[in-house]
Ligand binder design. Structure first.
Ligand SMILES: [Zn+2]
Length: 160
C-alpha cells in the first residue's frame, strides 16, 4: 500500500494587491451578480472571462422552478464564450457571489460540474486558465483549472 498526497496550489491576495487586469475582471464579475436570476436560493453569482484576444464575457446564475434546469454563472459564461468564440482560448475567469445583501467574505468556489466544464476548455485550447475567486477579505488565485480538479476525468480517460 502506498499513500499519495495531491496538492492544490493557490495564492492568496487582498484585492488591492492584485494587478489591474485581475481587479478589472473581478469588478466585472461583481457587476454581474445584479443580473443573476436566483429567486430560489438568493445566492447570486457573477462570472467574468477574459479571452486571449482581450474580449470580456460575463455571466450570472440562472435558476428555474425545475431546479436542475438552472445553470451556474460559470457555465453560462463559459458556454457563451465557447459558442461565440470557438477558436479563442480563455485566459482567465473571475467569480464573485452575493447573498443577504453582501458579497461573500470567503472566496466563492465553482461547483464540481463547473470545474469539469472549465477543465474541458482549458484542455481543449491547451492554455492555462487563471482562476480568480473573489472574497471581500481575500482573493484566491489559481494558475489553472487542474488545481481545482485533481484526478480529473478528461478526454484521454475515455480511451482508457
Ligand atoms: Zn457550478
Amino acid at each position: 500500500m502506498q499513500k499519495r498526497t495531491i496538492e492544490t496550489k493557490l495564492e492568496i491576495y487582498s484585492f488591492e494587491e492584485l494587478d489591474k487586469s485581475n481587479q478589472y475582471l473581478i469588478e466585472k464579475a461583481k457587476e454581474q451578480v445584479q443580473k443573476a436570476y436566483a429567486p430560489y436560493s438568493g445566492f447570486q453569482v457573477g462570472a467574468a472571462i477574459e479571452l486571449v484576444n482581450g474580449e470580456i464575457i460575463t455571466g450570472s446564475n440562472q435558476e428555474n422552478s425545475a431546479y436542475p434546469s438552472g445553470l451556474c454563472a460559470e457555465r453560462v459564461a463559459m458556454f457563451y464564450a465557447n459558442a461565440q468564440f470557438p477558436d479563442i482560448a480563455v485566459k482567465s475567469m473571475a467569480i464573485a457571489a452575493f447573498t443577504n445583501g453582501e458579497f461573500l467574505e470567503v472566496p466563492v468556489t465553482p461547483c464540481g460540474s463547473c470545474r469539469q466544464v472549465l477543465l474541458e476548455t482549458e484542455i481543449r485550447f491547451e492554455n492555462n486558465i487563471t482562476i480568480i475567486l473573489y472574497g471581500t477579505k481575500e482573493v484566491y488565485l489559481l494558475e489553472n483549472v487542474k488545481q481545482l480538479l485533481p484526478l480529473c476525468f478528461e478526454k484521454s480517460s475515455l480511451i482508457g
